[in-house]
Write a protein that binds this ligand. Structure first.
Ligand code: FEO
Length: 405
């Protein structure tokens, strides 16, 4: 994709990764983009770079606008390699540029590159840089989602370059939210925002609220948000801010996701009557088999649902490995404001359901005890009990959800 002007003399010069499907373990069925921005002002300023493999593409985009050696400043908002791993390629053609970066960003960059010959200016929240007609304001956002992270606000353009925040993993020829909605749908875009938040930002909800409030207190006007992944928010940037605030408050739908795995279909046979019982209570329900579903998709569905049922067979007295992997991953994401229970089949000693509850307790989830277990294959009577268990859980989900509305 060629360079695209997003504001007067401010250009997207990034790259689209149509083919990536595994983003450090986060499955990205729709690919992604690495967005970076070039401001043509008295001091030419590049904001962020791209993943190393795409260096040539961003250099070509920059070269279509100016001779790259004329770049005066490079702002590195975030040092994760999908944004900063081509900085050495950029510095090779812009050796006199000064890099604006947070203190922690500089320390991190030093661990990845020989930076001894590069010029740096360490910045913190409130620092600004006049580059001609535009003034840049730097806003640190530590742990959103790395310690080095920051955003750059272009004052006169009312443009917030927000790095990972407000991003989405979507490879698309559309550069803007309204263009994407026109060729796809608002629901698809919103789903991508939730997917990204659930898999990357879920642990940091409390920080997000504080940081958004801090930015609002700065009194800055925002009429465009340009993240480092996905489409740029120009139509209704305030909507994506509100979506983030809602998610930071733990917003979820009053529904249940059943996330399970199965060895010989016995735990799976339990899931179906449980789902029927949930539906009987008027609660929507989705079933996800772990080995048939990317982990990131299961995480997203967990996050969208107020209630979660984990189904796990017992294998060697403990949880089935895919279920254990899922719960360990989920614990790292520090979920909040969700209610959970567990079920599963066992052959002799059991143990998996008990372990699942131990994981729920470590996460601080609201739980409904006891879960339900069946010996080997569920009998007709067991299936009736599963149905009642589903009904009972759905009632608890409705009660719990009412606290949030
Ligand atoms: Fe898109 Fe934290 O990197």
């Amino acid at each position: 994709m060629k360079a695209t002007e997003i504001k007067s003399d401010i250009f997207w010069v990034g790259a689209i990764d149509w083919a990536i499907r595994d983003f450090h373990g986060y499955i990205t069925p729709k690919g992604t983009t690495y967005n970076n921005y070039l401001i043509l002002d008295e001091q030419i300023t590049l904001i962020d770079t791209v993943k190393y493999d795409f260096a040539k593409i961003t250099i070509n985009n920059i070269s279509s606008l100016i001779e790259p050696s004329k770049i005066n400043n490079i702002v590195i908002n975030h040092i994760e390699p999908d944004h900063a791993s081509s900085i050495d390629r950029i510095m090779a053609i812009t050796p006199n540029a000064t890099i604006y970066i947070t203190e922690k960003g500089k320390k991190g960059l030093d661990r990845h590159f020989d930076t001894s010959k590069w010029k740096f200016k360490i910045v913190k929240t409130g620092d600004s840089l006049n580059i001609g007609k535009y003034n840049l304001l730097f806003i640190e956002t530590p742990m959103l989602h790395w310690p080095d992270s920051m955003m750059t606000y272009v004052k006169e353009a009312k443009l917030l370059i927000s790095q990972d925040a407000f991003g989405q993993h979507i490879a698309t020829a559309a550069r803007f939210d309204d263009e994407f909605v026109e060729c796809a749908s608002h629901a698809e875009l919103e789903d991508a925002v939730i997917d990204y938040y659930a898999n990357i930002l879920m642990p940091f909800g409390h920080l997000i609220k504080t940081k958004i409030s801090e930015i609002q207190k700065l009194g800055i006007e925002i009429d465009m948000i340009a993240p480092d992944h996905g489409v740029i928010w120009r139509k209704e940037p305030e909507k994506v801010i509100q979506t983030y605030l809602d998610m930071a408050d733990g917003k979820a739908d009053s529904r249940v996701v059943i996330i399970y795995d199965t060895m010989w279909h016995s735990t799976e046979r339990m899931a179906l009557p449980i789902m029927e019982g949930i539906k009987e209570e008027g609660v929507d329900c989705k079933i996800i088999k772990l080995r048939a579903t990317p982990m990131s998709a299961a995480i997203k569905e967990f996050w969208k649902s107020r209630g979660c049922l984990i189904g796990t067979p017992t294998l060697n007295n403990i949880m089935f490995p895919s279920v254990a992997e899922f719960l360990t991953h989920l614990r790292g994401l520090r979920p909040k404001n969700r209610i959970a229970a567990a079920f599963g089949s066992y052959g002799w000693g059991g143990g998996a359901v008990k372990e699942a509850y131990e994981e729920f307790k470590k996460m601080g989830l609201e739980i409904v005890e006891p879960g339900i277990q069946t010996l080997y294959r569920p009998s007709t009577e067991d299936e009736k009990q599963c149905y009642e268990f589903g009904k009972g859980f759905a009632k608890k989900v409705k009660e719990y959800h009412a606290k949030f509305v």
